[in-house]
Design a protein around this ligand. Structure first.
Ligand SMILES: NC(=O)c1ccc[n+]([C@@H]2O[C@H](COP(=O)([O-])OP(=O)(O)OC[C@H]3O[C@@H](n4cnc5c(N)ncnc54)[C@H](O)[C@@H]3O)[C@@H](O)[C@H]2O)c1
Ligand SMILES: [Fe+2]
Length: 384
């Protein structure tokens, strides 16, 4: 029998309109004065309004930090920590996409502990204690509301992770209504990111287990069945809620069965060229799946039944190829760039990118097939 450890956020509240209950949820955690960590785009889109009313009604004081930057650089994380200290808040609410939620995790940690940011990069180095933490995702998404991970961009343009059980939030609040205004392009990128979490968790080399498998399968089913619907009609609340649930389940899966080469190839694109996280994953997804097929065909064949239910295949190879083709076709339909050259990457850059990827062993060790630096260069070249 597989032996495994499974951890997740202990409380998950999932219902349309749940953001209005943030006040009561904060009060239950003993929060009297919360710092809401978010970005300006969300304030302008009016996404905070219902949450603020609910907090006010419950008598919870609020200080706003609205300066989260995408792919949060260290300076913006530290500015948020300063804001938390200056206002002497006793709890943190991350409200936004992965950038806001990851920043919120680090604020809850660094405002509550003597450790400095530089000391906590890596696995298991953040010890806590931290301030109470509620996460409200508005993209579907990173799944950060149920992962022990925060990703920061360092001054040398590397994307580094803080990974520690101390970062699991106390409560995740899923409110599909918050995501109806998410533009189609961001919807597409973040939706593919969530699908990659499910796929890479399902094929993760060392820690995949029956619980992460079940979550990854359900996540992929929900995400694949709904992503075209939310691109076609962003106001489809049922499809939006399904995407948010899919993203949550994928997050629960990959928090315990970690992601691999797709993410390893994506990170240097984000660090050096500021390609949004989901887009960088989407660009390399189909080539990495094709590369992995010799080692992962049986698992991809199982996923073919999830995304193409009812289809009959002649054997494992045909089913695995049908899965890869279905994912490649979906990515090709999405309203975003399809080639690295459209994002400022040139042939002369591939060597440095491939070198960077080889340093991300924390992810590469989870890939079903081993990659050499030449393999990585060839994978990038195939989508140049
Ligand atoms: N912690 C984890 O486990 C984990 C996993 C994957 C990715 N990440 C990290 O998460 C970050 C990416 O997060 P993301 O893809 O969610 O994007 P994001 O948080 O950077 O947000 C992207 C944009 O979408 C806008 N936006 C978000 N929700 C909106 C809404 N409901 N309506 C209108 N606009 C909205 C934001 O204002 C922003 O401009 C990266 O830094 C990545 O490395 C973390
Ligand atoms: Fe991701």
């Amino acid at each position: 029998m597989t032996q495994f450890v499974f951890e997740t956020t202990p409380r998950i509240v999932c219902e349309p309109g749940a953001a209005a209950r943030l006040g009561e949820l904060a009060a239950e955690l003993g929060i009297g004065h919360a710092l809401i960590v978010t970005d300006r785009g969300l304030v302008q889109a009016g996404v905070l309004d219902g949450a603020l009313e609910g907090l006010q009604a419950a008598g919870v004081a609020v200080t706003l930090f609205t300066d989260v930057l995408a792919d949060p650089p260290e300076v913006s994380v530290l500015a948020a920590v300063d804001a938390a200290r200056a206002a002497a808040v006793d709890g943190i609410i991350g409200l936004g996409g992965g950038s806001s939620m990851d920043t919120a995790k680090l604020v809850a940690l660094l405002a509550g502990t003597p450790q400095a940011l530089a000391e906590v990069y890596g696995i298991g180095l953040a010890k806590g204690p931290r301030l109470p933490l509620i996460q409200v995702p508005t993209t579907a998404g990173t799944g950060s509301e149920v992962t022990p991970i925060a990703i920061v961009t360092t001054p040398t343009q590397e994307k580094k992770g803080v990974v520690s059980p101390a970062l699991y939030p106390d409560v995740a609040v899923l409110d599909g209504a918050l995501t109806v205004g998410l533009p189609a392009r961001v919807t597409a990128m973040t939706g593919i990111d969530a699908m990659v979490h499910a796929i890479e968790a399902y094929t993760s080399r060392h820690k995949k287990n029956p619980l992460s498998d079940a979550l990854a399968v359900k996540a992929l089913e929900l995400l694949y069945a709904n992503i075209r619907k939310v691109i076609a009609d962003g106001t489809d609340l049922a499809a939006r809620s399904a995407m948010l649930q899919g993203s949550l389940l994928a997050g629960m899966a990959f928090a315990n069965a970690p992601v691999a080469a797709v993410h390893a190839l994506a990170y240097p694109l984000g660090g050096h060229y500021h390609v949004p996280h989901g887009l960088s994953n989407a660009l390399v997804l189909a080539p990495v799946l094709a590369f992995n097929k010799p080692a992962a065909a049986a698992l991809y064949a199982e996923l073919a039944e999830v995304v193409l239910p009812g289809r009959v295949f002649a054997g494992i190879d045909e089913a695995a190829q049908a899965f890869i083709d279905a994912i490649a076709a979906l990515v090709a339909e999405m309203p975003f760039e399809q080639r690295l050259s459209e994002l400022g990457v040139g042939a002369g850059d591939l060597e440095r990118l491939a070198r960077d990827v080889m340093n991300i062993q924390r992810l590469l060790v989870n890939n079903p097939r081993e990659l050499t630096e030449a393999d990585v260069r060839a994978l990038y070249a195939s989508v140049l």
